[in-house]
Design a binder for this molecule. Structure first.
Ligand code: ATP
Length: 298
């Protein structure tokens, strides 16, 4: 079980590489070949994941603090997209970090296909749950090196397929050395939207049955926005996805939206249902949290 499959910790470590300004290549493969951490040893592995996820009365507090998440119950059926919205500090990130056992819940239970996550092997769990943050970065290295973090044995054909699904093939084809073009500080500088699409291609290659997506709020032009949105739709298709959502187009497409405030779910429903309720969600849509496109579309 190789460490590179662990999305959160490997990204964290890649970030450290970036910050320390070290060359990627060799150093990254060091990390990728590292032994799993002690706390990822033990626990069961399931034969496969269909993707039903249930939170039942989940409670959690960071050490010594008042509870951050209280009595949260939610369910995602296999392949569904669940949007989490709410003001800053409401507990959205905490909630998704409990699924990967980045933190352990104190109360209630979280299950995948009926199996409590606390019984599952952590490294295995994280290999099956993709985590994509659109603040994601590329490290100094080639496009290929950045992509194969998702799957080291991928063929060129698979890399191009993933780039195409992520709407990234067009600009990669225009790079001087195609997949072998160096990107990042010492290579070609890519735009925010291009970087996001490469990170989506990386996630497509990993092909996890469950996806956690933290949508970026970075402002990009309308055409880039459309291309990213389409890439995300390809990524979320046929896998259970939890999205910390900031775009109206994402919440509109979600099977269910859960609205969090102070660690509790205060509203639940589709976009139209929640707008009709005229509660917190409708208010969020009127303010900056999910607002950018609202004015234009309504
Ligand atoms: P945002 O939209 O700003 O990312 P969020 O809804 O994702 O917010 P969380 O990041 O889950 O909210 O934070 C919920 C609460 O828990 C906040 O009050 C935050 O300060 C606190 N918190 C988050 N991480 C930690 C931590 N590692 N230790 C202690 N408190 C934390």
């Amino acid at each position: 079980l190789k460490f590179f499959y662990d999305p959160i910790e490997s990204l964290h470590q890649l970030n450290q590489i970036l910050q320390s300004g070290r060359a990627a290549g060799e150093r990254v493969f060091d990390i990728l070949d590292a032994e799993p951490e002690a706390d990822t040893v033990g626990g069961r592995e399931m034969a496969g994941i269909k993707g039903q996820v249930r939170y039942e009365n989940v409670g959690f507090s960071y050490a010594g603090k008042t509870p951050t998440v209280h009595g949260v119950s939610l369910e995602a059926l296999p392949g569904q997209t669940i949007a989490l919205v709410g003001p800053t500090g409401a507990g959205k990130s905490t909630l998704i970090n409990l699924l990967t056992r980045f933190y352990e819940y104190d109360e209630g239970m979280i299950t995948i296909d009926g199996v409590p996550v606390h019984e599952l092997n952590k490294a295995w769990l994280r290999r099956n749950i993709g985590y994509v943050t659109q603040e994601s970065f590329l490290f100094n290295g080639t496009v290929r090196e950045n992509l194969v973090i998702g799957r080291r044995d991928a063929t060129d054909e698979q890399l191009w397929q993933a780039l195409q699904s992520a709407n990234a093939d067009g600009f990669v084809k225009r790079l001087p050395d195609l997949l072998d073009t160096h990107v990042g500080e010492r290579g070609v500088k890519l735009s925010v939207g291009e970087k996001q699409r490469i990170s989506i291609a990386r996630a497509l290659l990993r092909n996890p049955p469950i996806l956690l997506l933290d949508e970026a709020t970075a402002s990009v032009d309308t055409e880039t926005e459309r291309q990213i949105q389409e890439a995300l739709e390809h990524l979320m298709a046929n896998r259970t996805s939890f999205v910390i959502a900031h775009r109206l187009s994402t919440v509109r497409n979600a099977d269910c939206i859960y609205v969090l405030e102070h660690g509790r779910i205060i509203e639940k429903g589709t976009h139209d249902e929640l707008i009709a309720q005229d509660g917190m969600y409708a208010k969020l849509c009127r303010t900056s949290l999910i607002a950018a496109e609202t004015a234009a579309e309504e």
